[in-house]
Unconditional design. Structure first.
Length: 104
């Protein structure tokens, strides 16, 4: 049985999207999977910022900022698949508009 290989063929950063809590930034990775039908799918990530304060620092203002990716459950909880990267992105745009009540 062949092992399916996936390749990220396109990455798109979206945002900030205004929300009730704080602005949301997303990263979309479009994957192409060998032999799959449909051949394209997506993984959706929230771009999160983490602020770290060194424990040994007496200065409360001293922090370091890091960005990390966290798998998104709001948008990414859906399954996106299509015959082209553009088809998958179109589906994601509609889902973002529905979740965040954006004009289409």
């Amino acid at each position: 049985m062949p092992v399916p290989f996936s390749e990220i063929v396109k990455s798109v950063e979206i945002g900030p999207i205004e929300s009730e809590d704080e602005p949301v930034r997303l990263r979309i990775d479009i994957l192409h999977t060998e032999g799959a039908r449909p051949a394209y799918s997506a993984r959706v990530w929230q771009v999160a910022t983490i602020l770290l304060h060194p424990a040994e620092s007496p200065d409360p203002e001293e922090t370091e900022e890091f960005r990390t990716l966290v798998e998104d459950e709001t948008i990414g909880g859906e399954s996106f698949a299509g015959d082209s990267p553009e088809d998958v992105l179109r589906q994601i745009r509609h889902r973002i508009a529905a979740v965040y009540y954006l004009a289409r």
